[in-house]
Ligand binder design. Structure first.
Ligand SMILES: Cc1cc2nc3c(=O)[nH]c(=O)nc-3n(C[C@H](O)[C@H](O)[C@H](O)COP(=O)(O)OP(=O)(O)OC[C@H]3O[C@@H](n4cnc5c(N)ncnc54)[C@H](O)[C@@H]3O)c2cc1C
Length: 399
């Protein structure tokens, strides 16, 4: 019987883990090792584009790529991990319960937003998953059918992190297209920080502020959300903003499946991993992408919940699991380079390099980089074995 590498999740980390593991087993002619991906859909969902219009088109098919590289795919949603018997129970596409065995397990089930505020689950929108982003898009389109009112014309984006900023700066143009040029549309970013872009470098904050000012995106600072209802959002200081469109962008947590692995986790639920991306205290379980808390270098930096990190974590983890089974040395995970490229809607974008976020380009020049990243770089490789395996090499250049 073949030995089984089971990967839970077909996102950036899961897809690259599968290709990288297939690459190494192929290089060592180890047809006795089978690589299987278990996920609800055989597609890579391009989450970094979910703030844009046309969200339903942001998914790339994976079956041709998996067929070309010898990766098996099971459609299903994992519900229980039995680490003693090395089995994962999952619900099939027809909601039947089934089990699959593993010799090595790679956790790659990503992250999701956690709407903790009263009323958020029922009344707020988000751009976290394809379905919820599509729901927001449909709601925005239908705003034109609502009677003109302050609540109709006001969008509150809760959270001034990268996702909140990208969404908010995109919205003025989207709202104008939906409501017309003369509608008094307002886009407000509500954040508990006392300054715009509080956690970023001063240079980056200055650019964000300039873009928001020019686009008319307002910032509401020191804003602690108390509750959300159909009429709008109430803050802890008692202030109320009337809005039919309150969008949550903060409170991202690792997939709840991580709780089934007896191992240390960080505050976001990510599993602590060693330099080979093996879960601390586990012999056969690895973690990657948004479910892994991994050190990126020897300067104290750690991987963020970004696809920039998920792609590389995927390439390394697949390689290292295969190396473990083949009996050769793993490739310790290292990702020294870190860049940010933030879309700023009609204003353009801003591109920075390094953990200290030194701004390298802005406006249309940075927008070209952003478009190249989100419409080419992060998409799956061509469904051809040689091309896919070359890209899956953990030592192949990335950013
Ligand atoms: C709006 C938005 C904008 C973003 N912008 C950027 C950006 O500009 N730059 C950047 O680097 N990052 C960005 N990110 C973050 C980036 O998308 C994530 O860090 C990345 O998707 C993580 O990859 P992953 O493979 O770990 O998880 P995901 O891409 O979320 O993939 C998880 C996979 O696991 C599957 N899965 C989930 N539960 C189960 C289960 N129970 N059983 C089986 N399979 C399961 C899912 O279906 C999916 O296939 C953005 C995210 C969002 C939402």
């Amino acid at each position: 019987m073949k030995q089984q590498v089971l990967i839970l999740g077909a996102g950036f980390a899961g897809m690259w883990a599968a290709l990288s593991a297939a690459r190494l087993t192929n290089l060592h002619d180890r047809g006795d090792i089978e690589i299987t991906v278990l996920a609800p859909q055989p597609e890579l969902r391009i989450r970094p584009r979910f703030y844009e219009a046309g969200v339903e088109s942001f998914a790339a098919p994976l079956l041709p790529l998996f067929a070309a590289t010898g990766v098996k795919f099971i459609a299903g949603s994992a519900s229980e991990i039995d680490t003693a018997s090395k089995q994962v129970w999952y619900h099939t596409a027809h909601d039947q319960l089934a089990a699959v065995h593993y010799d090595r397990l790679i956790m790659a089930t990503g992250s999701h937003i956690n709407p903790i505020f009263p009323g958020a689950k029922e009344h707020a929108f988000d751009v976290d998953q394809l379905e919820s982003a599509a729901r927001l898009e449909q709601h925005l389109t239908q705003l034109a059918e609502h009677a003109d009112s302050e609540a109709r014309n006001t969008v509150v984006v809760c959270g001034g992190g990268f996702t909140g900023i990208e969404l908010a700066t995109e919205l003025p143009a989207r709202l104008r297209a939906i409501l017309g040029d003369t509608a008094p549309a307002r886009v407000i970013i509500a954040d508990r920080s006392p300054v715009v872009g509080g956690r970023y470098s001063q240079e980056l904050c200055d650019v964000i502020k300039q873009a928001c000012d020019e686009l008319g995106v307002e910032w509401m600072l020191n804003a602690e959300i108390a509750a959300i209802n159909k009429q709008g959002v109430t803050f802890k200081n008692g202030q109320f903003i009337a809005s039919n469109t309150v969008i949550m962008t903060m409170g991202v947590q690792a997939s709840p499946l991580t709780m089934q692995i007896p191992a240390p986790r960080d505050a976001q639920g990510r599993l602590h991993v060693d330099q080979n991306l093996k879960v601390i205290g586990q012999d056969d379980i690895y973690a990657t992408g948004d479910v892994a808390y991994a050190s990126t270098d020897d300067k104290g930096n750690s991987a963020l919940m970004t696809c920039q990190h998920a792609i590389m974590l995927g390439r390394f983890v697949g390689n290292n699991v295969a190396a473990d089974m083949i009996g050769i040395s793993p490739q310790p995970y290292q990702q020294v380079n870190y860049v940010t490229c933030l879309d700023l809607g009609a204003w353009g974008a801003v591109y920075s390099e390094g953990w200290d976020q030194v701004v390298k380009s802005t406006r249309t020049e940075a927008k070209k980089i952003k478009v190249a990243i989100t419409s080419e770089l992060i998409y799956p490789p061509k469904a051809e074995k040689e091309i896919a395996f070359a890209a899956a090499d953990p030592l192949a250049p990335f950013v």
